[in-house]
Design a protein around this ligand. Structure first.
Ligand code: ATP
Ligand code: MG
Length: 197
């Protein structure tokens, strides 16, 4: 392609994009869902939260599933003055077998989430692995949808989980599917600090 036709194409492209930008004028918080079987959901959520924190915004995390090891992002943010980090008590890990105890823990975590969803001092909330709570009937989705709908106008919420309830998808602003095309684990590579957790 000649330099001049490249220039014309780029100018046309810019005009199209500028027109779209001019149309997106609404200012409000968004609900972002990160789902799918590939690697990158929680790390994307915490990466986005790091962006917000970098701009001085107040954030909170609720981890609905507790891993076996402390994650790097937990260690980084747990004492940060702009971040509140809640890990669901005794709750659901892949090892527990006690469903009643898991449900109690899920409900406790949800009651914290519900308070945060009414608190306009928080600019961003991350509900990590919340998607599973609906899949396993640990939480009802209806009250979650209601609380999300009536949250402060500028509050952003990110929810992760391999699966996502349809009722959440119906009210989400942004949904990204992280697809599993390949994972090092299946090549026999051991989970490593700084990559997996
Ligand atoms: P990450 O926290 O790395 O962004 P994730 O939130 O997308 O991952 P989860 O479903 O929460 O993925 O799984 C968490 C852990 O499992 C991470 O250690 C991640 O590297 C690993 N993992 C994610 N996807 C796969 C996969 N397809 N196969 C094997 N391990 C995976
Ligand atoms: Mg995750």
């Amino acid at each position: 392609m000649s330099d001049s036709s490249h220039k014309t194409r780029m100018e046309r492209k810019k005009a199209v994009i500028d027109a779209k930008i001019a149309k997106a004028t609404e200012e409000r918080g968004v609900l972002i869902l990160l789902k799918g079987n590939g690697k990158g959901k929680s790390s994307s959520a915490f990466g986005t939260m790091a962006r917000s924190v970098g701009h001085g915004k107040r954030c909170a995390v609720i981890q609905f599933i507790k891993g076996r090891t402390e994650t790097g992002e937990f260690k980084l943010f747990k004492d940060h003055p702009l971040v509140d980090w809640h890990v669901m008590g005794h709750g659901f890990t892949w090892e527990t077998r006690d469903k009643a105890q898991d449900i109690a823990a899920a409900q406790k975590a949800w009651s914290i989430a519900e308070d945060l969803l009414q608190d306009d001092r928080y600019d961003m909330l991350v509900f990590d692995e919340m998607g599973y709570m609906f899949k396993y009937d640990y939480l009802d989705v209806a009250p979650v949808v209601e609380a999300l709908k009536s949250r402060p106008k500028n509050q952003n919420v990110i929810i992760t989980g391999r699966t996502m309830a349809t009722a959440l998808q119906d009210i989400a602003d942004t949904i990204s599917i992280v697809q599993d095309e390949r994972h090092a684990f299946r090549l026999g590579v051991k989970a490593q600090q700084g990559i997996e957790y």
